[in-house]
Design a protein around this ligand. Structure first.
Ligand SMILES: C[S@@+](CC[C@H](N)C(=O)[O-])C[C@H]1O[C@@H](n2cnc3c(N)ncnc32)[C@H](O)[C@@H]1O
Length: 388
């Protein structure tokens, strides 16, 4: 890299640190200095951006002027694509720095802590941690061995040598436990108990609890003698789902044909407009429910939201409706939209609570979501960790 190039990244990294401070994402000097000092473009030398109209992926060289502006901005960068499903899909990304720093703040990471990260990806977060805590205190695992090799090489080139391991993060890293903090940058449908076991007695973990399709948020859990427990964070965020290298495609039955029609007042796209409602609905819906939009064949304008479950059940809800009353069509053995309506009614009945009124308790043999207090009366069971 030329001297000018190096100067360019440093001033951009310092500007990013300032921006994150102004926005309240960074509140202490140690993280401010880490953001200003870690060359994100060396860990993310190229990224992919999807064109809005065609959906085609474009490669971006992050050392170019435009690329440097992008890499030192609060933007998630797609860093790996996978075509095993027949479509090019993002399979790894560098989490946007503002979110990463907010997560480190919520996790209350301090000098002297040993930290385990699940989901190494590019190694950017591992570099921030290593800058603040030192290489010896930072451990990171990723299920993708190639990503781990690349991240290890790039981190070492810029002077960081945290311990990186290629493994399924669902097991944590027992050989290096205990950890004061565990942070997961891929989502899980329930809390892996191995993580709780690998925390110190006053340890804390932060993870993205995602039930089903896009239903969940970040939750911060404190270690207690017999459980981990804590609340969801106020600001919503989502990460890619944890995979295990053995996940088989879910078989789907043909769509049921005999449908019924009725009206509904529940919001038609709760996964965008009412995320708490969608989370509560997902806790009741079967696994692997797909969400989508039906387009008008002439105008290509979205006209209905759709739900599909693997057993062939489906629901379609009009996006427009006079006075907030919309038409819903359902078919198949499970009335999918009824779960959304029930979740919406209960949420309204609770006084429309936002995320921090909800929390999670996990014990070795059971875990649940709760409203206001862990002991209930309003609780929802989570899938057993053995299903992970
Ligand atoms: C959003 S990226 C991580 C971003 C990363 N922390 C960074 O700073 O660039 C999510 C990562 O989780 C990894 N992942 C997915 N399933 C996993 C698993 N079972 N165990 C460990 N890592 C996993 C993916 O390979 C991917 O690299």
């Amino acid at each position: 890299m030329t001297a000018r190039g190096a100067a360019d990244w440093r001033s951009r990294a310092r500007r990013l640190a300032l921006l994150l401070s102004e926005r309240g994402d960074v509140t202490d000097d140690a993280w401010r200095s880490a953001v200003g000092a870690v060359p994100r473009h060396r860990l993310v030398p190229e990224a992919y951006r999807q064109e809005a109209g065609t959906g085609a992926w474009q490669r971006i060289d992050t050392a170019s002027d435009g690329g440097l502006d992008l890499v030192y901005s609060p933007t998630t960068l797609v860093t790996a694509l996978d075509d095993s499903s027949g479509h090019l899909l993002a399979s790894s990304s560098s989490t946007k720095p503002d979110l990463m720093l907010r997560m480190l703040h919520v996790l209350d990471v301090h000098e002297g802590h040993r930290v385990l990260e699940i989901g190494t990806g590019t190694g950017y977060n591992a570099a921030l941690l290593a800058h603040r805590l030192g290489d010896d205190a930072v451990y990171s695992v990723d299920v993708d061995g190639e990503l781990v090799d690349v991240a290890r090489h790039r981190l070492s080139e810029i002077g960081f040598e945290p311990t990186l391991v290629a493994a399924d993060g669902v097991e944590g890293l027992p050989e290096h436990a205990p950890f004061d903090r565990i942070i997961s940058t891929c989502s899980v449908p329930s809390v892996p108990w191995s993580w709780a076991e690998q925390l110190t007695s006053d340890g804390k973990m932060l993870l993205d609890l995602k039930v089903g399709n896009a239903g969940g948020n970040l939750v911060a859990l404190d270690r207690r003698p017999d459980r981990v427990e804590g609340r969801f964070t106020a600001r919503w965020a989502t990460f890619m789902t944890m995979w295990h290298g053995r996940d088989a495609p879910v078989p789907r039955a043909p769509r049921a044909t005999c449908s019924t029609e009725r009206s509904t007042t529940a919001p038609p796209r709760p996964w965008e407009s009412h995320r708490v409602v969608w989370f509560l609905a997902q806790l009741a819906l079967p696994r692997h429910v797909g969400i989508g939009l039906r387009l008008d064949p002439d105008t290509l304008r979205p006209v209905a939201a759709t739900l599909d479950s693997p057993d062939g059940s489906w629901a379609s809800v009009d996006l427009d409706g006079a006075g907030g009353i919309r038409r819903v069509v359902e078919a198949g053995p499970i009335r999918l939209w009824a779960s959304v309506e029930d979740a919406h009614d209960r949420w309204v009945g609770f006084g429309e609570p936002d995320w921090p009124r909800f929390g999670v308790t996990a014990q070795p043999d059971r875990q649940w979501v709760w409203l206001d207090v862990p002991a209930g009366p309003n609780t929802w069971p989570l899938p057993p960790p053995s299903d992970l």
